[in-house]
Design a protein around this ligand. Structure first.
Ligand code: NAI
Ligand code: ISE
Length: 339
């Protein structure tokens, strides 16, 4: 069985996912695309040499008989509408993060999926599929460093455009740590605080950059994450776990090391496309397998999207108040509990 996909949003990651669904993964093809920028959508599919119909209206794509499953790769504030529309017609939907830009928006999706009665939604939190994060989790689960006590994380992007806003550092960027660290630590969050260090001259006038987010978990672990989206030097994701008996750090992505001209040097990646390229493949293949098997056994659920958003809401409030904000994570409904 070949799953026929419709893709909403043919920008950066939309094109990446169209490429992998059309040419790399098993059991999928892209038959339909939509974007508010018609010319760019048509140019994208032409450049990739795939024969996909362009739909002017995203809802027509969602409802089209030729479309079995949907991928949402449009801007974050549009996700809620499109995911709810896919659920309304009973079509499986892979939605890039964030599932919605608020917890309330995610909860509407959770309620709709539970009412539908079977899993349809997977969220594009790819880091638990990444081999370096899986190595780090195996190290923690082995007990090698004892109980985790404190984490130092970095989420550094080289540069962002003027449309990137201070709250996006949480809902669009930190949302990855908010998801992956729940899985890594098997824990949840109970408070958040945001500190603004001296602002870089490289950031747009309206953007606070860098930001430091301090989270406390229900087990008492403290997580310090530095978000710096105009760091200039590269795309740098770091996670150091300090435990009772030692430190475990996220492995650097494998790169050739050069000894040359009196230097010892290796490249740092410059964007997310390469840093998590394998994880994107694995998570989307998992979605294809979930749909064709009828069992959503892998990948982030709408509840994972909601849980990350609950913490993100508190972080956005902490950005505004400067206070330590409480986070109360609701219990996971049986519908989403791992079988
Ligand atoms: P982008 O700006 O390159 O592409 C977004 C596309 O969506 C644009 O072509 C835009 O015209 C289109 N669009 C916007 N509103 C629309 C609407 N109402 N209907 C149809 N099309 C619409 O953005 P990018 O970087 O590709 O991000 C897209 C989404 O993917 C975001 O939610 C972002 O958070 C997520 N993303 C996830 C990554 C990951 O590591 N998982 C990496 C990069 C992006
Ligand atoms: C982008 O949307 C992504 O999801 C990248 O993984 C993240 O590093 C970046 O900060 C986001 O803007």
């Amino acid at each position: 069985m070949v799953l026929k996909f419709g893709v909403i949003g043919t920008g950066a990651i939309g094109q990446e996912h169209i490429e992998r669904l059309s040419k790399k993964l098993i059991g999928s093809q892209v038959v339909a695309v939509n974007d508010i920028n018609e010319a760019s959508a048509k140019e994208a599919v032409k450049k990739m040499g795939i024969n996909a119909h362009f739909y002017k209206n995203a809802h027509d794509l969602i409802n089209a008989d030729e479309v079995d499953a949907i991928v949402v790769t449009s801007w974050g504030p549009t996700h809620e509408e499109f995911v709810l529309a896919a659920i309304a017609v009973g079509k499986p939907v892979f939605c890039e993060k964030p599932l919605a830009v608020t917890a309330d928006g995610c909860k509407k999706i959770v309620d709709a999926e539970i009412k539908h009665g079977k899993r349809l939604v997977q969220v594009g939190f790819m880091r638990p599929f990444d081999s370096t994060y899986r190595q780090l989790k195996a190290a923690l689960d082995s007990g090698e460093i004892g109980q985790p006590l404190l984490l130092n994380c970095k989420h550094f992007n080289p540069i962002v455009g003027d449309s990137y806003t201070t709250d996006m550092a949480i809902v669009d960027t930190l949302i990855h740590e908010l998801d992956v660290l729940r899985w890594l630590l098997d824990d949840d969050y109970k408070s958040a605080r945001v500190i603004y260090p001296r602002k870089t001259s490289k950031a747009s006038g309206h953007l606070m950059d860098p930001q430091m987010v301090i989270l406390e978990t229900t087990k008492g672990i403290v997580i310090n994450t530095e978000i710096f989206v105009n760091c200039m030097y590269g795309y740098d994701i770091q996670c150091e776990v300090i435990g009772e008996n030692g430190i475990a750090s996220l492995p650097e992505p494998t790169q050739v090391v050069f000894r040359k001209d009196g230097n010892l040097q290796r490249a740092i990646l410059v964007d997310w496309k390469k840093r998590f390229i394998d994880a994107y493949d694995v998570e989307l293949q998992a979605f294809i397998n979930n749909v064709t098997s009828g069992q959503f056994t892998q990948g982030a659920s709408a509840w994972d999207g909601y849980s990350a958003a609950v913490a993100a809401d508190a972080c956005v409030k902490a950005q505004q108040t400067g206070n330590q904000e409480h986070i109360s994570m609701p219990a996971t409904p049986s519908f989403y509990r791992k079988k």
